[in-house]
Design a binder for this molecule. Structure first.
Ligand code: AMP
Ligand code: AMP
Length: 342
């Protein structure tokens, strides 16, 4: 059998979980970190190699070497944020996952097309401020990340004022769904041809998750603007009667992606970000097509992973397990997008 692949990633987001997962599965690992962020990764003895680069923009200069060393890059939430979509698309190191999904994920209109085709319920979107007939609404500015750049409006006047302040920036207007947020962490295994739910979380967002602690009278006096900046995540388990629907939504997303994106569609980890309303329906606000940071709660496994595995299984470790099994079966090529020039 050829040499074992090295699990490599960028030093940020969920890198610790991914690298620990590689070690637990007996695979070599490597992290590339920008100057100043490498110190963190040298603290942990389970990391085999820490490569430091001056800035993330210097990443491409390392690609030849990583490729030679048999690395498989495992992307996470910082890959597009720090390297940009184009660098991801042209990366010459083996890339775990289908790069075709990047385009579908980055564009809100394409995401909606994909999810609606998969019969996933989404919040209504309004083509113009005049078309809004269901309040409150959330204005999402283009390129907003991590929940900053969102504004809530509950009257036509407030909406108009907000939009004027945007000064030409692109935006989307969505119905604001009042309910409980729940993020479902899926894993589509090509080796086992099955969809697994590995864990779930809810995000902790400032200041919206703090507003409920203010008495109503105080809220009225100060009229605070809610913001949705994520600061952390907490675990949650779902009512068991809703679990089957959570699986079905994930399966429809995978099935639809095969036709839309091509090949095996989406595989590996992905997340549906949902809001559950009092009628117990899921409304999906977004899909993340890779490991999400909420899985960091479950480095040591989760109540859902325990139903599939008799040992602690994080999403990071699950990725390493899949890569290891595919390698042993001579099927690694199916999981790795070799990218341009392959
Ligand atoms: P950081 O590693 O904190 O610099 O974050 C890198 C990217 O991941 C940024 O785009 C963040 O918005 C995103 N991110 C980091 N942590 C989380 C989290 N807990 N939930 C959602 N997104 C996150
Ligand atoms: P996102 O950037 O889509 O992950 O959204 C960030 C946060 O904004 C979510 O975790 C929710 O708290 C909130 N949010 C986004 N879209 C909606 C919506 N249509 N209705 C209610 N809350 C939303």
């Amino acid at each position: 059998m050829s040499r074992l692949p090295t699990i490599a990633t960028l030093g940020s987001h969920s890198a610790l979980q991914i690298l620990k997962g590689a070690r637990d599965e007996g695979l070599p690992n490597l992290v590339v970190a920008a100057a100043g962020r490498d110190a963190l990764y040298r603290r942990y003895p389970f990391i085999d190699q820490v490569r430091s680069i001056p800035r993330y923009a210097d990443f491409e200069a390392l690609e030849g070497e990583l490729s030679e060393a048999g690395c498989v890059m495992v992307p996470h939430g910082s890959f597009v944020a720090y390297l940009g979509e184009e660098v991801n698309q042209r990366m010459r190191v083996g890339y775990y996952g289908n790069r075709g999904v990047l385009r579908w994920e980055a564009d809100r209109a394409l995401q909606r097309q994909w999810l609606e085709q998969a019969e996933i319920r989404m919040p209504r979107e309004f083509k113009s401020p005049d078309a809004v007939d269901d309040w409150p609404v959330l204005i999402k500015t283009d390129g907003a990340a991590g929940g900053s750049g969102y504004f809530l409006a509950r009257t036509p006047g407030a909406l108009e004022r907000r939009l004027r302040q945007l000064d030409g920036l692109g935006y989307t207007i969505q119905h604001y769904v009042v309910g409980v947020t729940l993020y479902v962490h899926y894993f589509q295994s090509l080796v086992h041809d099955r969809l697994e739910i590995l864990s779930m979380d809810r995000r902790y967002e400032t200041n919206v998750d703090g507003l409920g602690r203010l008495p109503h009278q105080v809220q009225q006096e100060i009229d605070p603007q809610p913001s949705y900046v994520v600061v952390g995540n907490s675990p949650l388990v779902l009512r068991e009667s809703m679990l089957e629907e959570a699986y079905r939504m994930g399966e429809r997303v995978v099935e639809t992606s095969k036709a839309l994106i091509g090949g095996a569609g989406i595989w590996g980890p992905f997340c549906l970000e949902t809001i559950i309303t009092p009628d117990l329906r899921f409304h999906v606000i977004e899909i993340s097509c890779r490991i999400v940071a909420g899985t960091n709660i479950f480095v040591d496994g989760s109540p859902y992973a325990a139903l599939f595995f008799d040992e602690p299984m994080s999403t990071g470790r699950r990725i390493a397990r899949e890569i290891k099994e595919a390698h042993a079966l001579g099927r690694l090529g199916e999981l790795i997008d070799e990218g341009p020039g392959a």
